[in-house]
Design a protein. Sequence first.
Length: 441
Amino acid sequence: MKICVVGAGYVGLVSAAILADWQHDVVCVDHNEQKIEDLLAGKLPIFEPGLQELVELNRRRQYLRFTAEMAEALRGCEMIIVAVGTPPAENGHPNLEDFWAVVKSFRENVGNNVIVMIKSTVPVGTSEAVSLYLNEKVSYKFSVVSAPEFLRQGTAVHDFLHPDRLVVGCMSPEIREQMKELFQPLDCPKVFTDWHSAEMIKYASNSFLALKISYINTIANLCEALGGNIQDVAAAVGLDHRIGQAYLKPGVGFGGSCLAKDTQGLIAQGEVHGVNVWMFKDVLEVNYEQRVHIVQRLTEVLGNLKGRKIAILGLAFKANTDDLRDAPSVTIIAQIIKLGGLVKVYDPVVDSSSLPNIISVSTADNPYAACQGADAVVVLTEWEEFLDLDLKRLQKSMNAPVFIDGRYLFERKRLLEAGFFLPERPSFNEWPVVQSMISAR
Ligand code: UGA
């Protein structure tokens, strides 16, 4: 099949590379000329395990090419995949400016029957609106399919190839058959439904994942206040197959470009129709509070943050990505700096120059350098390499050995054995000890 993928972000690039790998004739187009220039030079705009190899291989085999020219990319294609970003707008609804600009260009540049597959996350009702718009005043047929994508950054290639399910919303039996054939290589349950349901499945899935994370973080806060080991609690709760283990990792809360955005999007859509969506508002509130909570803990244990040296291990919103969108690290570092703290960061992949300009930090080449002379260290990304740290060496190099594990990455016992103070509520009586260490400096 001759396929044009619009948008060279996570979803677009991964879809393009894999469809090319399935020997379709794929062109990936993006209006960002620099991005295309980089791709043509063999440089990927994102860090995503396994993607570089897949792109290189299929470019060599000539199944995959890149261009910034929309008209040229659309010429003669049998299917167009829309994978442009739909970032949040001020009012909580997704911003569909780029999405509609792209859709409008189809009517101008396509002159044959074509399938338009929407992979961008769009409000419920959008596929119908797209179909109405595209099929107005044309003699050929635009068959719109809503095929939401469930891949995660960091494991995108694997997730695309091994999804828990495939969701396809389409209104014609012939297109449904073509979709079955296209996705035949995927061995997973395939849900064929209508446009509205397919769109809602995406919002319902992301907001449920967000709900699960805010739920476990509330339980974590209760454990901290009342006693109880959240890791044991989460593991045991998750063993109930009705609940499941996934998305019960407590910590600093969710970040990235999707869970908060889609939960917010669902709130906005519900409010337009007078549906009570308070539950989702609480999910977002709990999530934000997790970030504030870390700064409060630091302030409580160190007395205040003025001139205190804080080491931050991990900037990315999660491991195996270089993405800083809505990363908890950005909010937390900004708050520490506002309170007068001095921040030194280390992340194995993210360059600290990608932090917003107003955030001024120093950067270390390794975790030990970040922690040298620090009054506290905060882990904000669950990078696997942190698990190999020599915790005793780290502890000895610090001015005050305060450890906040924002990802529950380390076993508590291991941290305590290395001599760290863990600023949790039950260890309240240790805080004056820490503060005297700092004032004796
Ligand atoms: C999320 C969904 O998981 C994908 O299914 C979806 O396709 C994607 O959004 C999207 O809509 O494009 P992603 O944002 O890449 O994927 O990342 P996740 O792995 O879901 O993690 C989101 C955030 O939740 C991260 O900050 C992560 O650290 C946090 N998280 C995740 C937890 O705090 N606890 C957990 O148990 C799981």
